[in-house]
Write a protein that binds this ligand. Structure first.
Ligand SMILES: O=C(O)/C=C/C(=O)CC(=O)C(=O)O
Ligand code: MG
Length: 216
């Protein structure tokens, strides 16, 4: 897995407590809101999440990751699931203060969402092992304290809609990962914290948060 990530904004209809857009005081978009993370954003277990320079409020967002298995452009919703190779669990680490500043100034979220180590990922699940990707519990705790508990059943844009919409602008390639949005409960992490996340009984993963050291 070494490719781009397409993030999107999540909305949990019908239950304000699980509504991430509401907790961010954001308007719910009528189409997916996209951003990209570069390949250097990805880390696997054993590697630390590094707080990016200038960030004083780094947030966790736990999300289902959809891994693309076949190249495609202008994919129809009907055929979209044929392009899925599998799934994983992701943390869409977000420099919330930098994102807020960018939002205020009408600037892109590139640094806030795409800094090095901003996308910790779990193990690869072949799609045959996931009976219903739209009905998976997901959770995130920090130092053992539960912060996020939700279900992929509450995503506003389902996977075929995301694949079809994204591929109308970007050619999707094998290994690309689509992050599908996060439940409510996002919150800050500090250097030294342990962030743990899970996808039902399928994936459990854990990452330590560190300060970003200057490289030579
Ligand atoms: O609206 C905001 O302030 C923030 C939105 C996000 O960070 C979107 C996501 O990444 C998400 O919903 O998962
Ligand atoms: Mg997110």
């Amino acid at each position: 897995m070494s490719s781009k990530e397409y993030g999107q904004i999540s909305y949990m209809p019908g239950n304000e407590k699980r509504h991430h857009a509401a907790e961010m005081k954001s308007v719910v978009p009528d189409k997916p809101l996209l951003f990209l993370k570069p390949p250097t954003a990805f880390i696997t277990e054993g590697n630390p999440i590094k707080v990016p320079r200038g960030c004083h409020e780094l947030h966790h967002e736990v999300e289902l990751g959809v891994i693309i298995g076949r190249k495609g452009k202008d994919i129809s919703e009907i055929g979209a699931m044929d392009y899925v190779g599998g799934y994983t669990l992701c943390l869409d680490m977000t420099a919330r203060d930098l994102q807020e500043e960018a939002k205020k100034n009408g600037l892109p979220w590139t640094v806030a969402k795409g800094f090095d180590t901003s996308c910790p990922v779990g193990s690869f699940l072949p799609k045959e092992q996931v009976a219903d990707p739209h009905n998976l519990p997901l959770w995130c705790n920090v130092n053992g304290q539960m912060r996020q508990e939700g279900s992929t059943a509450d995503m506003v844009f389902r996977i075929p809609t995301l694949i079809s919409y994204i591929s109308s602008y970007f050619t999707l390639e094998p290994g690309d990962v689509i992050l599908t949005g996060t439940p409510a409960g996002v919150g800050p992490v500090q250097p030294g914290d342990i962030v743990e996340a899970g996808l039902g009984s399928l994936i459990r993963m854990s990452f330590k948060v560190q300060v970003e050291e200057k490289s030579m």
